[in-house]
Design a protein around this ligand. Structure first.
Ligand SMILES: *Cc1c(COP(=O)(O)O)cnc(C)c1O
Length: 395
């Protein structure tokens, strides 16, 4: 095992397991969970989380955004269904059918492409029809014409219309009027489709906010994303309904400590100038690792259970922290950028607010320079080092 002293994201799989159970307890008995692991599991590392969740009988399968993400999961040995939530380009058809991946479909053209490929391979392709009920992103229209399109798609050779889904635009807001309107539009459309004789096994609407706040939207399945990782979709959802535990901790170590005199400027642009003698620690992590530059002069790191404020601008690969009030701090000490130390905690949600960034975005942006180390039952069960593969092909 490599030490990963410069920086490491520690992923607590027990916390993710707790979050799954916690969501499950807030769902109807027969509602399944589709675990959303797009963008490498919101930056947490998709494969170990998927491998763990695959053993839960209430997890129907997984959802990702891209064909590449789906194929990667299959290559990692994931057997349960994998759904692609976004548009799938025709060049991915062959692999989608071969690996039995479920694409989101909302046009006749793409449905026909999957059907043709399934016929060619002598297999059945399982489609999930996306219907737009108010997000205006992707999805067919929730009217008679849309229902007729679903019917036509269902009649294509070697096609099974397995799922019908829509996505909430505002379920994370306190006012649920629009989310409830979307749900009614979805249910009405689903009935139209059923009346046309189309069989759909899996109806799914809810995201994390819906799981927490809209029990009436627990249909055959729900799509859980951010909550797996112990983060709430917003400040406005009812946290007590589904208690969650943060999964990711980001740790580094101090590489240098120096004393500076009053009048000394720190970092690019000299945006911080000491007004007294200070002790300054250098942390070898920066925005190149995904630590937001907008935390310049705002963020903090935890050292020996105390908060050391960020001084000056966050650089690409380094940042400086004030350890004047932490005289016991020394070079080599652990610095926690996300997570808790002593009684203090820096959450992704808090840092998101502080930096003016969306917490989802902050999690996804934790870069490929940061290795992930996965813990379960008090021991390391996996490590992901993105430097182990270059992804480069030379011609
Ligand atoms: C990302 C996504 C989800 C998961 O949303 P969370 O808010 O992270 O739970 C569900 N459905 C679709 C279509 C998505 O794109």
């Amino acid at each position: 095992m490599k030490p990963y002293i410069r920086v490491c994201a520690e992923i607590n799989l027990d916390a993710a397991a707790y979050n799954f159970r916690s969501m499950k307890e807030n769902l109807k008995e027969d509602t399944k969970i589709i675990a959303v692991v797009k963008t490498d599991g919101y930056g947490h590392g998709a494969i170990p989380i998927a491998r763990m969740a695959e053993s839960y009988d209430y997890v129907w399968g997984f959802a990702v955004a891209l064909a590449e993400e789906a194929v990667l999961l299959r290559k990692a040995g994931v057997k349960k269904p994998i759904l692609i939530l976004g548009f799938v380009f025709p060049d991915a058809c062959e692999e989608i059918v071969r690996y039995d991946i479920r694409p989101a479909v909302f046009t006749m053209l793409s449905a026909e492409q999957f059907s043709k490929e399934a016929v060619r391979q002598g297999k059945t392709v399982h489609l999930h029809i996306k219907v737009d009920t108010g997000m205006s992103r992707i999805g067919l229209r929730d009217d008679e014409e849309g229902a007729a399109l679903v019917k036509a798609i269902s009649l294509l050779p070697n096609v099974e219309t397995e799922g019908l889904f829509t996505h909430f635009a505002k379920a994370d807001e306190q006012d649920k009027t629009d989310a409830k309107r979307q749900l009614s539009r979805y249910l009405a459309f689903s009935e139209m489709v059923q009346k046309l004789g189309v069989k759909i096994q899996l109806h799914h609407v809810s995201n994390s906010a819906g799981i927490i706040d809209l029990p009436e939207a627990n249909l055959d399945a729900v799509r859980a994303g951010i909550s797996i990782y112990g983060l709430y979709p917003s400040r406005e959802v009812h946290r007590t309904a589904v208690p969650l535990a943060p999964v990711l901790t980001l740790k580094s170590h101090l590489v240098y400590i120096k004393e500076i005199e009053p009048g000394t400027a720190v970092s690019y642009g000299g945006t911080f100038v000491a007004d007294r003698p200070m002790r300054v620690a250098t942390v070898p992590v920066g925005y190149g690792d995904g630590y937001p530059r907008s935390l310049s002069n705002k963020g903090g790191v935890l050292i020996r259970g105390k908060l050391a404020p960020v001084l000056g601008r966050v650089c690409m690969d380094q940042l400086m922290a004030d350890v004047t009030e932490i005289p016991e701090a020394k070079e080599g000490d652990m610095a926690t950028l996300i997570g808790s130390d002593g009684g203090l905690e820096l959450t992704i949600e808090y840092l998101g607010e502080l930096s003016g960034r969306f917490p989802y975005e902050l999690a996804c942006d934790i870069g490929k320079r940061v290795p992930r180390r996965f813990w379960q039952n008090g021991r390391v069960v996996a490590e992901q080092d993105y430097y182990e593969v270059t992804g480069l092909t030379e011609w």
